[in-house]
Every structure is written in C-alpha cells, then in structure tokens.
Design a protein around this ligand. Structure first.
Ligand code: ADP
Length: 368
C-alpha cells in the first residue's frame, strides 16, 4: 500500500469524543480514494491528519513506506510532500495563472519551472493560459488551475477537500470525471473528500463511507451498493428501504419471505440460523422493485420524482410497508394509483431486525 492508515484516531483539544475513531484503510499508488459521509462525520479531520495539519491521538500513517505519523511523532506537513486542493480555489488574485501555478516550484531553475507550468496547465486543459488572471476564468477553470498548482511540485499524494462544492451541480459531475482523467494522466495517488455520492462514484477507484468518526466500509462502488457492510452504508448509498423479512428453510431450500412475497435468487442469502427465528430486515433497493401489471402484489403511489429516464416512486403496500421503485418514465402513473409490483433482488442484503419494527407489517405477518 502506498498510503497506509492504521487505527487512526484524532481527538480535538477539549473534546471528549474523537472526531476520527480507529480508522484503517490503504490506498495503492495511482489509485483515487474517496471519503464520503454526512457533514460532521470526520472526513476533513481525517484528510488533515494525513496532510499533517492535525495531530493524531493514536494510530499510524505511512506514506510511500515512510512512517509520517505515530504516537508522539508527527512529520510536519512540508516534509510529507502532500499537495492539497480546497473548495475555495485559494488562487492569488493579483498573480497571473502562470505565477499561481509556479508558486510551489520556486526553487526550480527558470526554464525548468516554465516547462513544468506549461506541462501541468496542458494536463488540466488550460494550455497557454499562463498570462491570464484568475478573475478572467470561470469557477471550473479556476479550480483546474488550483489542481495544476497542486500537481506542479509532483506531490507523493494529492488531497482534495470538497473541491467542487462551490460550483454548479451540472458542472460538478462533469468536472468530477475530468478531474479523474487528469489525476490518472498525472499518475497521481489521491484522497478526495465529498458528501456527494455521484461525485464519489465519478472520481473514486475505492470509496470509504464514514459515520460519526468511524469508517464503516472501504470498497469499490459496486460492492458498497450491493454488499453494504452496515445499515448506515445501506441507507447512505443509493435509494432503498429496509423491510421485515423471515428467512426459512422450506423443504431443504432457503427462502426469504417478505411483504412482497418470497425472494427468488437465494444464492447469496444467509442461512435462517444467522438470525433468531430467521427474523431480519432485508434491504429493498429502488431498482430491486419492478413494476409489473400482472404481479399479485399491489402498491399505492405516495410520491413520485421525475428523473428523466425514470420515475422514483415511493409506494405503500396494503400491509402498510413503504418501498421505493425506479420505473421507466413512460409509465407515468398518478399519485394515489395502485400499481402491480414485484421484487427482483439479485443480492439479498440482510441485517438484524430494527429494534423498533414497523407494526403495520408485523401485524400483517401471515406466514405458513
Ligand atoms: P466533515 O468533514 O465530515 O464535515 P469534520 O472533520 O469537519 O467533518 O468534523 C468532525 C467533527 O469534529 C465534528 O463534530 C466537528 O464539529 C469537529 N471539529 C472539526 N474541527 C474542529 C476543531 N478545530 N475543533 C474542535 N472540533 C472540531
């Protein structure tokens, strides 16, 4: 691993609970890692500890095989060779783009410095823009200058903290893909912080979901979505609901009984013995619920959100349970209408039953 963080905790002075608690993950050279989670979950604190801007209270950080932080020893930020890009581009308004980008490579001979500035500006798609000034550029272009400036000294690791949050939503996703292309072309190893999942999916090779200072899962986007390690990850990534279910052994075959009937593909399903009496909560994603006029289960449309190709319907079953369904947008049904639905679940994800079960469905349990 190029960046290796082991059991890292950070506690701010005067605070009783750590802002980052016992976090471990690793990043290969050339990979882009993303930390995602709700505001206040500790993403920035973790990033700043990796940069050397916050002191760790426990744990170890290694960078390129070198120990940069452990109990009582912390290499200062300038010795870590880490580049940073923040949400406010922090360009110097009175300096040209060329001089902004050259800021961190002042020590290089003039010709070499100019060549490096030209090289990184070309990398971010701003070839030949050295003489312009920040106010002459759009927000997206300014952020690309900030990226060029951070890349110029060839940092061992690039840290990006919500770099697009001041930009328009449309621009953000496009820029996220562009930045991924730039980082890959520069062969950079990067750690990126965001609270936006689309941005995380667009940028990251590997994504870490944080909650209340802890890292719940560090995995690729596919695994986070289909194999969430905790209820929090399951709820934070994608759209879906938990619904009470019972895992049973019926004539030697494992079945999961849900308010939507038995789930079909049980190849990855836990055994009934995994839960007391087989009772658990099963995750039903919006894309697990298929609209089918012939299905025996009907549900009433409570809410609908148009998303271009699809509607995201929120539906209530006769038993009172709520589910969500992504339905192609030519199926434009009215609020209050009852439509047929069935579950088509490829990955059965279950957790211990919520301590406060939804009584409507519990009362409607009529299993054989
Ligand atoms: P995020 O980046 O996920 O929004 P932060 O790392 O900024 O989260 O904050 C994590 C927790 O640490 C929050 O509870 C926040 O209030 C607290 N915190 C952040 N910075 C400081 C600080 N300088 N002093 C004390 N507490 C802080």
């Amino acid at each position: 691993m190029f960046l290796e963080v082991t059991q890292l905790s950070v506690t701010y002075d005067g605070q009783s609970t750590p802002a980052v608690r016992n976090v471990s993950f690793g990043l290969h050279a050339g990979d882009i890692g993303v930390l995602i989670g709700p505001s206040g979950c500790g993403k920035t604190t973790l990033l700043r500890a990796v940069a050397g801007l916050e002191r760790a209270s426990a744990g170890v950080i290694r960078l390129g095989g070198e120990m940069v932080s452990q109990a009582g020893v912390s290499l200062p930020p300038e010795s870590r060779q880490v580049g940073m890009v923040f949400q406010d581009y922090a360009l110097f308004p009175h300096l040209s783009i060329g001089r902004n980008v050259a800021f961190g490579i002042d020590q290089l001979p003039r010709a070499e410095r100019q060549a490096r500035v030209a090289e990184v500006l070309a990398l971010v798609g701003l070839e030949g823009q050295q003489e312009r000034f920040p106010h002459e550029l759009s927000g997206g272009q300014q952020q690309r200058v900030a990226l060029a400036r951070a890349l110029a000294p060839r940092p061992r690791l690039l840290l990006l903290d919500e770099p697009f949050s001041n930009l328009d939503v449309d621009l953000r996703e496009r820029l996220a893909y562009e930045v991924r292309g730039i980082l890959k072309a520069a062969n950079a190893t990067a750690l990126f912080v965001t609270h936006d999942q689309l941005e995380a999916f667009a940028v990251g090779d590997i994504i870490g979901v944080m909650h209340q200072g802890e890292l719940h899962q560090w995995d690729n986007a596919y695994t986070l979505y289909h194999r969430p390690a905790s209820r929090f990850v399951a709820e934070f990534i994608g759209h879906g609901v938990f619904t009470p279910a019972v895992i049973r052994d019926v004539a030697g075959e494992v079945v999961v009984q849900t308010p939507l009937g038995n789930l079909n593909d049980m190849s990855e399903c836990p055994l009934p013995s995994a839960y007391l009496g087989g009772a658990c909560d099963v995750l039903l994603r919006a894309d697990d619920i298929v609209h089918d006029d012939d299905a025996p289960v009907r549900a009433q449309i409570l809410r609908k959100a148009f998303r271009g190709a699809d509607f995201l319907y929120t539906l209530r079953l006769a038993s009172g349970e709520t589910v969500m369904a992504l339905v192609p947008s030519h199926h434009d049904h009215a609020l209050g209408e009852w439509i047929g639905i069935r579950a088509q679940v490829d990955h059965v994800v279950t957790f211990n039953r919520n301590p406060c079960p939804r009584t409507a469905w519990t009362a409607a349990l009529r299993f054989p």
